[in-house]
Ligand binder design. Structure first.
Ligand SMILES: [Zn+2]
Ligand SMILES: [Zn+2]
Length: 249
């Protein structure tokens, strides 16, 4: 499967060109998007016609992971009517979107929103495993693959306890992980990860490689990568919008 980094977070930054979390996976004619954070719709629309998405899977209800669904909804409604897109995410996503417009039915006009639950589901060619992670009351990490026995992509979403990710992963998977607090430490009460936690996670799950994302403003990029490498032997890269790679065969 092919991964395009559409947006790599975080919630705010002074880094020009940065946009909210969003990752496009394509394989065997299936187009799947993980999250659609602020400012990521334009790059998404430059990569493919957004109505050709088979589904968008949302990790949690923080705007840096879903708010450009508003832009997508407008696009579908006014540019490509009557196109619709399936969205799978935590319960309440439709209400959040409707509230942004103060308009009941706003999201349902163009988006088919369904609730995610722990377990396995399928979108076209993809097998997706959802697992709860510690962050908001309802936050999920995902493993996306072309089958349980193939190399997959494990996406942490935002996650405050790295061990929550362990059950999702299989040895050799690519780990797309938030590293909000860079070299660390994570302040008490912040439900996010830092590089030491990521490095230990990657080693524990025997990740094939690590793709770092969602680094907050003010943390050094090189120091962050170095701190992961101190605890993990495999390849590590801090991804940016425009980064692309192939995962698995
Ligand atoms: Zn969050
Ligand atoms: Zn976030």
């Amino acid at each position: 499967m092919h991964l395009d980094v559409v947006g790599a977070g975080p919630a705010y930054t002074d880094r020009l060109g940065a946009s909210g979390a969003s990752y496009l996976l394509r394989a065997d004619g299936t187009n799947l998007l993980l999250d659609l954070g602020q400012g990521s719709f334009p790059r998404l629309a430059s990569l493919l016609p957004p109505e050709s998405l088979d589904a968008i899977v949302v990790s949690h209800l923080h705007p840096d992971h879903f708010v450009d669904l508003v832009a997508l909804r407008h696009y579908l409604r006014f540019e490509r009517q009557p196109a619709r897109v399936r969205v799978i995410g935590p319960v309440g996503l439709d209400d959040r979107l409707d509230a942004l417009h103060g308009e009941p039915g706003f999201s349902a006009a163009s988006l088919d929103i369904g609730a995610v639950a722990e377990g396995t589901f399928h979108v076209g060619a993809f097998t997706i495993r959802a697992g709860r992670v510690t962050h908001t009351q309802s936050s999920f990490g995902y493993r996306v693959s072309l089958g349980d026995d193939t190399v997959g992509l494990v996406y942490t979403g935002d996650c405050g306890r790295a061990t929550d990710v362990d059950p999702l992963a299989r040895p050799g998977d690519a780990l797309l992980t938030e590293v909000s607090f860079g070299p660390g430490p994570v302040p008490a009460g912040a439900q996010h990860l830092d590089a030491p936690a990521v490095g230990e996670l990657a080693t524990r799950i025997r990740a094939g490689r690590v793709l770092l994302t969602h680094l907050q403003m003010g943390f050094d990029r090189d120091d962050t990568v170095v701190a992961v490498r101190e605890r993990y032997d495999g390849p590590v890269v801090l991804v940016e919008p425009g980064y692309e790679t192939t995962i698995g065969g």
